[in-house]
Write a protein that binds this ligand. Structure first.
Ligand code: FES
Length: 81
């Protein structure tokens, strides 16, 4: 019996944008707390709001610029690293 090796799945990439959203690229399944899914057909990437000011949450609509959202972070900023 030949056991097929599953094809490697590319990881989803999430980029923390300086003073802006989380840019998510890859095969994305986005749901609300009840499991209802957003239709992301044809979208290879999305930007998720992390400032709380977007009128299109959970998506970024650029409001972070208007409200002056400030958050610069990188892995080296974590305590203990
Ligand atoms: S991060 Fe862009 S509107 Fe919130």
């Amino acid at each position: 019996m030949d056991i097929a090796t599953p094809a490697p799945v590319a990881p989803v990439k999430i980029t923390v944008k300086p003073n802006g959203p989380l840019r998510v690229e890859g095969h994305i399944l986005l749901t609300d707390a009840d499991g209802k899914e957003w239709d992301l057909t044809g979208k290879p990437a999305i930007s998720l709001c992390r400032c709380g000011a977007s009128e299109k949450r959970p998506f970024c609509d650029g409001a972070h610029n208007r409200v002056g959202f400030q958050c610069m972070t990188s892995p080296g900023n974590l305590t203990g690293q």
